[in-house]
Design a protein around this ligand. Structure first.
Ligand code: ADP
Ligand code: MG
Length: 519
């Protein structure tokens, strides 16, 4: 099928062509005609990286009345970064249309957003729930004619952290509104909720053998927690041209790993909900532009974020729930490209692995870290690759190759040594520290003690069958034990409402409550 067969306007087709899209993806092919047909509540489920954004943005842009000054559509996303990204997509596809859009989310000034609403009169608003509610309460965001609501990462938006907000926002919309929902995961309880509360929604599931995208090669490494930091470094040292994300469970872990990697000379940045918005924007920008090849983050970047051609996702330990695993690894292997997902697993939690494998309907391949000799060769080779240009210009330019005058002092003092001796001195100076570290720590792979040991099933519950089995992994684990809703809380902060507002405290009181199925 071609995009031309989809009944889209020529303005949209032109923009699609500019994007370089040749043909619609499966979800686009199936969702677009249904959504173009008009008034439906819709759930679209398709694997990560399969073009769900365009599947809703294109039909949305087809139904906007560009002459109107009213907010006709509202798109909700769980994080600021995703809200920005969706907004960008609307701009790209809407570039030949007279569409006005605005993003609103917490952590930035109200003034600009209020001005944007008042002066630009957006027809589409994209944002996170908290700020949207604040703007509604201030009377600047009026939704009485907003007939289209879209929930990107819908299962997350209908999950306990956001559900109440979504319900509140829905109340402001007219009766005859439609809701479109998209996600790669749709746990049963969420589907039940949707079925119960929406008017006969059309549910479109692009069925695949696996829940995770098959373009992602999934491996796991059994590493004891005390060695996981070094194991991570070894993977980074060994792989060439890695452009990836390392996911951690807590903000604290992100900061610790981030600073350790910086100290060890890796070029990385961190992203989590305790950073201010300009830090978050800067990290995202540097990473998306490719200036940084590694981003260390919490699940705040797990959902929806689209960075072109990421080669790797590394999970520093299991995520807290199984859906998160699917979304985390789904940052790679997007739009038909191949990617690698590595998970560092505490051998005591091996039991969780089988549970996860059943959930994603695929097996993770057991892998071993590169050996110490392999690492040493890789280290030297990487350095040689880095020096290649320099070596080449010395050999080409010979005597003309410019070095500082003090080179003479250096040469004079080493003049009695043979070339081999000098090389040994330089080699040892360059590599000793790293080679020693590999050598001293030795091999780090933990023994596989089989599936039966510890860990149990214990993913903390979200939508899946494991909902009630908080299990010891959810509770245990020292400082991480707050983290049952830790990552969620991280995302929740994206709403960034005014601190201490009544909304804040209401939310706090409810944060441990189970989802209330009432939309
Ligand atoms: P999802 O929301 O399903 O995870 P996205 O909408 O973020 O996926 O799209 C993933 C990537 O695929 C984006 O970089 C997007 O530009 C690209 N993409 C989407 N649709 C197509 C298409 N029909 N052809 C080529 N690339 C596409
Ligand atoms: Mg998406």
């Amino acid at each position: 099928m071609n995009f031309e067969d989809l009944n889209l306007s020529k303005e949209l087709l032109r923009a699609i062509e500019d994007e370089g899209f040749k043909s619609p993806s499966e979800i686009q092919e199936k969702a677009i005609p249904t959504l173009l047909n008009g008034k439906v509540d819709f759930v679209g489920q398709a694997q990560t990286g399969t073009g769900k954004t365009a599947a809703f943005v294109l039909p949305l842009l087809s139904q906007i009345n560009f002459k109107s000054n009213e907010v006709q559509a509202l798109i909700l996303a769980p994080t600021r970064e995703l809200a920005n990204q969706v907004h960008e997509e609307i701009r790209k596809f809407g570039k030949y249309l007279d569409v006005r859009t605005l993003t609103v989310y917490g952590g930035t000034s109200y003034d600009k957003q209020i001005n944007g609403l008042r002066k630009n009169r957006p027809q589409i608003v994209v944002g996170t729930t908290g700020r949207i509610m604040d703007l509604m309460k201030r009377g600047v965001l009026r939704l009485q004619n907003t007939k289209q609501l879209i929930l990107d990462e819908a299962d997350e938006m209908l999950n306990m952290g956001f559900l109440e907000d979504v319900q509140e926002i829905l109340k402001a919309l007219p009766e005859d509104r439609n809701i479109w929902m998209f996600s790669a995961t749709m746990p049963k309880p969420i589907i039940n909720l949707v079925n119960k509360e929406f008017k006969d929604p059309e549910i479109l599931k692009i069925e695949k053998k696996t829940l995770s995208n098959a373009d992602i090669e999934q491996k796991y490494f059994l590493i004891r927690p005390k060695h996981q930091m070094e194991a991570l470094c070894r993977l980074l040292d060994f792989e060439t041209d890695m452009y990836g994300i390392v996911f951690c469970k807590t903000k604290r872990e992100v900061s610790e790993i981030g600073s350790e990697l910086l100290t060890r000379g890796y070029k990385v940045d961190v992203l989590h909900g305790d950073l201010n918005q300009s830090q978050r924007d800067a990290a995202m920008k540097k990473f998306k532009s490719g200036y940084l090849s590694l981003l260390i983050c919490t699940d705040v970047a797990a959902r929806g974020i689209d960075v072109n051609n990421l080669t790797h996702v590394i999970n520093f330990g299991f995520p807290q729930d199984m859906e998160s695993y699917v979304h985390r690894i789904g940052r790679t292997g997007r739009a038909g490209t191949k990617g690698k997902a590595y998970t560092l697993i505490d051998p005591f939690q091996k039991g969780k692995l089988r549970y996860l494998e059943r959930f994603v309907k695929t097996t993770l391949t057991p892998a071993k870290l590169p050996t110490v000799p392999q690492l040493k060769v890789a280290l030297v080779n990487k350095e040689l690759a880095r020096m290649a240009n320099l070596v080449e210009s010395v050999s080409e330019k010979g005597d003309e190759f410019k070095v500082d005058e003090t080179y003479d002092v250096f040469r004079e003092s080493l003049k009695d040594l043979s070339k081999d001796q000098i090389l040994k001195v330089l080699f040892s100076q360059k590599f000793r520290k790293d080679l020693r570290r590999y050598q001293d720590l030795g091999e780090l792979d933990a023994k596989d003690t089989g599936d039966k040991r510890g860990g149990g099933k214990g993913f903390s519950g979200r939508g899946g069958r494991d909902r009630k089995r908080g299990g010891r992994d959810a509770r245990g684990g020292g400082r991480n034990n707050r983290s049952r809703s830790g990552a969620n809380r991280d995302k929740k902060q994206d709403d960034g409402g005014s601190k201490g507002s009544s909304r804040g405290s209401r939310r706090g009181a409810n944060s441990n409550r189970k989802p209330r199925p009432r939309v």
